[in-house]
Design a protein around this ligand. Structure first.
Ligand code: ZN
Length: 143
């Protein structure tokens, strides 16, 4: 039995540019958003200044309320665990959202035993905040 836990956000640096600021501002409100082309509806994650499908620039930021679906994951001993005997694991994961086809976000799986993590499971978004209040998505099983 090895429980997963997210990294603490304190040491995680976030660089915000004018293009990505809408994403980061949404994280402050615990909202996960994705840029969607207003011309052809193609999602641009990671954010690109021009749509790769139609070359337009304008986007709307769509909230992904989930649940998400676990696409992939791994786990290994947590780098911030108490001691070498501490079984706490860090579980980086990739999650897809049906409301945004083609979009995959990365985050840590949290509050789940590693024996219960399974590709295809439904997850909800939670948040880890760095010292400046920017949010980093984390995922937990839908309760
Ligand atoms: Zn487009």
């Amino acid at each position: 039995m090895a429980q997963t836990k997210a990294l603490t956000g304190d040491g995680i640096a976030v660089t915000v540019s004018p293009m990505t600021e809408p994403y980061w501002q949404a994280t402050r409100e615990r909202r996960l958003v994705a840029a969607k082309c207003t011309h052809c509806a193609h999602f641009r994650v990671p954010f690109l200044p021009f749509c790769p499908k139609c070359n337009e620039q304008e986007v709307e930021w769509v909230e992904l309320t989930g649940p998400g679906t676990l696409y992939s994951f791994t786990f290994y001993p947590h780098p911030q665990r108490e001691s070498a005997d501490d079984p706490t694991m860090l579980a980086p994961a990739i999650v897809e959202f049906a409301e945004a086809p083609g979009v995959r976000y990365a985050g840590n799986m949290i509050d789940i035993d590693t024996t219960r993590i399974a590709i295809g499971m439904k997850v909800e978004t939670d948040w880890i905040f760095n010292g400046e209040g920017w949010g980093l998505p984390a995922f937990r099983p839908v309760s």
